[in-house]
Design a protein. Structure first.
Length: 241
């Protein structure tokens, strides 16, 4: 039996089938695992390192691919036929199943701006030793308006929901929701934003915003779709913070 064979292999690393199952279920439910997010995720991440090949082989049976960023210590799952950083594209056609989680236009717009601001800070050398970039809500709001002709939600509830969504995707980090109510508030952009947003989308934005090409920031406001995201990663359920 496959389970018996797996148990034998896992035993060599002093890991049980139940522990293997816990790790895989966590990945499939959340789609994201960041080592520095919590003690629980640290333990699961370290467990993955010991049995990485078995986890990848197991997920590969269903066509799910795993991206491991060892430098910044995170894992992210991608559904079949996704474009994964550092991997060749699958030959199969597009997969439209439940592994793909769609973001709203407002969420996609903010994700694009987060990537733009991250790249800017990277060029200026304003990145901490863990790869995070500190950014104020005010500067994000200004960038959102100038690049995409959009604004952050006016109500506190909608604004909090927007940032909570991206925090659960592990794209940003901040302490308390009430910190977001002021333009003077700050958050940190996770380095995984680089692999989350397609470079082609940034080039398209740059071209359309070029005055010589006749583009304006407001021209983006009509339609911002999640096609701009690099790979439509697997995010069916988001972890509680």
């Amino acid at each position: 039996m496959l389970t018996d064979h797996l148990a034998e292999q896992l035993a060599a690393e002093n890991i049980t089938v139940a522990e293997f199952r816990e790790l895989v279920i966590r990945l499939l439910n959340y789609g994201i695992l960041c080592r520095d997010e919590s003690q629980a995720e640290q333990q699961l991440y370290d467990r993955y390192l010991r049995i990485a090949d078995w986890v990848k082989d197991y997920l590969a049976l269903a066509g799910v691919r795993l991206h491991h960023d060892a430098r910044f210590g995170y894992l992210r799952l991608y559904p079949p036929a996704s474009r994964v950083p550092g991997m060749e594209d699958e030959e199969e056609g597009a997969f439209g199943g439940s592994l793909r989680a769609r973001l709203s236009q407002q969420e996609v717009a903010l994700v694009l701006v987060l990537r733009i601001q991250y790249d800017k800070a990277l060029r200026e050398g304003n990145v901490d030793e863990q790869g995070y970039v500190a950014e104020s809500i005010e500067s994000l709001s200004i960038a959102l308006k100038s690049v995409l002709g959009r604004t952050l939600p006016e109500t506190k509830t909608e604004r909090r929901q927007l940032f909570q969504r991206l925090r659960r995707l592990r794209l940003i980090r901040y302490r308390q929701d009430d910190e977001l109510d002021s333009g003077e508030a700050w958050l940190k952009i996770h380095p995984m934003i680089v692999s989350f947003v397609n470079d082609d989308a940034l080039l398209a934005l740059a071209g359309e915003s070029d005055p010589e090409e006749g583009g304006t920031a407001d021209s983006h406001d009509a339609d911002v779709s999640d096609a701009a995201l690099a790979s439509q990663p697997h995010t069916p359920t988001v972890p509680a913070t």
